[in-house]
Design a protein around this ligand. Sequence first.
Ligand code: CP3
Length: 349
Amino acid sequence: MKPLLLRALENSDSISRPPVWIMRQAGRYMEEYRALREKHDFLTVCRTPELAVEVTMQPIRFLNPDAAIIFSDILIPAAAMGIEVDFAPGPVMRNPIKSAADVDALRLPSIEKELNFTTTAISMMRGELDALSDDKALLGFAGAPWTLACYMIERGPFKHFENGLVFAQRFKKAMDSLLDKLTSVVSDYLIAQCEAGANAVQLFDSWGGVLSTEDYQRYSLPYIRRICENVRRAGYPVILYVGGSSHLLPTLVESGAHCLSVDWRLPLDQVEKIVGSGIAVQGNLNPAHLYGQPSEIYNRTRAMLSKLERRGGFIANLGHGILPTTPPENAFQFVRAVQEGWEPANTTR
Ligand code: CP3
């Protein structure tokens, strides 16, 4: 049987309930993750398949979501291109891009030789999931060129991401060349992840929402379209997450993604109206709401589902990554509330 998440992506109306997973579901809110991180630093976990698999599995065992997302970071390919990335715990670039010459110096890494820890971890994860059930999807991921460029041109700590557009004005050709290079690396990296065993990929344009529609159409959308086209041609679906994207939704329909992952700023019925029925939707509980009482989390999650008109073409998730101090049992409550199905099993809460 095809994993539930794939059937939802195909917009199939025949699914009995929406699939659910949580962005950043492996991470510091889990005690097991913190224990493993005491022994190994973050980049070592990302680059050691056995450790990445162990951490990817932690939320699968605890939350039993419908998808696993391979443990890594969007900045891993940037590091392979020649940017020295540290996590403190937020990302810091030791040698940010300052000029056209710095863009020229970036390397196009061989995925097979330099990023094979990710593909190895994915094929190991495939085995782990298949041993559990035939219904769990495995997701690969990468950062979108615009978001990666924003990180690579600034040392950090990061706040408003205005420097991406500043760099684009000062170094027009270099920005185009940077986005081109990233498009090529990200396309190859995503396809390699699918070939290693991922069922679908998520492209994170976390800082796309800082752009106006016009600038988005100039600096992000064309590159995302190329990536979606490349991955689609290889036969795999793409979920596109764009943070703060309410104003961009009509534009994002043109991205070529199979699914748009949206934040909480618009309720799902409005999102559906804007994007239409031809594209799947993922989202959109505010991660801060996972700090509420269990009954509130349950009710909010049920209310979120009840906004939807559709019965296929939807994946339940948060509107952004889970926060590091979230009580784990509250994350579990969210997953459980979705897995009850379209109609709640018990309406007396
Ligand atoms: O979702 C998962 O479980 C897979 C793992 C994953 C991580 N980062 C692990 C991580 C994924 C999918 C990402 C993507 C990522 N990384 C994004 C896009 C998603 C988003 O949140 O918008 C971005 C923007 C990054 C860059 C990044 N990496 C930031 C901003 C930070 C610091 C965040 C923080 O919470 O402090 C990281 C570090 C990072 N990536 C951690 C984890 C678990 C924390 C590292 C630690 O263990 O100390």
